[in-house]
Design a binder for this molecule. Structure first.
Ligand code: G3P
Length: 212
């Protein structure tokens, strides 16, 4: 399972670089950096991780998305162009995929959108678990359904669990066979610690000191 960090914060990416395969960003994440051009920040991120760095287009019309996607893909070899699961986004995905440009189809809320993304040659499709849960649905069921459909149809598009809100989302995504997941630095911090491990280590250390 590929692990991505959902951030553009360089310090956090460096902190978790030994555990992650790549990075995902979105316009909300990038908006925190008041830069006229985010290209230099993306280049820095691409130097830290060897796997895919997803960068989302801002355009919403097919022609503009293709143009912007091609420009984004030239920033670095490991950039993956993130496109929304709209009609224009899916068409742009098909065009960019034919040119060999990796794509990540985002804002996926249904298995039909995922199926279309796979048919358009997407490298990844990102179902948004947390936002579905927030709206009274079960995000994990969608991930499970997409994995089942891709397996049944033999699609190579990878299911990337996104909008991850808790450790159960991480565990369940792995269990149902998601190929990838993107996690915020905050959730990643939680993944790396367990209170019983901390407590156990303290006790081992105390016992060992007493024996001296
Ligand atoms: O980057 C896409 C996704 O992970 C965003 O999640 O928490 O804004 O719903 P969230």
């Amino acid at each position: 399972m590929e692990l991505f960090l959902d951030t553009a914060e360089l310090d956090e990416i460096v902190k978790y670089r030994d555990f992650i395969d790549g990075v995902t960003t979105n316009p909300s994440i990038m908006s925190k950096y008041k830069l006229s051009d985010h290209g230099s920040l993306i280049k820095e991120i691409c130097k830290v991780v060897s796997g895919h760095v997803s960068v989302e287009v801002i355009s919403q019309k097919y022609d503009d998305m293709v143009k912007e996607g091609r420009r984004i893909s030239k920033i670095c070899d490991n950039v993956c162009v993130k496109l929304p699961c709209t009609s224009d986004g899916l068409r742009a995905c098909k065009t960019l995929s034919i040119k060999g440009i990796p794509t990540n189809l985002t804002l996926c809320f249904s298995s039909i959108q995922a199926l279309l993304a796979a048919k358009c040659g997407a490298t990844y499709v990102s179902p948004f678990l947390g936002r579905l849960d927030d709206n009274g649905h079960d995000g994990m069921l969608l991930v499970e359904e997409i994995v089942e459909i891709f397996d049944a149809q033999g699609y190579e598009t990878k299911v990337l669990s996104a909008s991850v809100r808790n450790l159960q989302h991480v565990i369940q995504s792995a269990r149902v066979g998601a190929s990838a997941i993107t996690i915020s630095p905050q959730i990643f911090g939680q993944c790396l610690q367990h209170h019983l491990t901390t407590l156990g280590l303290e006790r081992f250390s105390e016992d060992f000191q007493k024996s001296k």
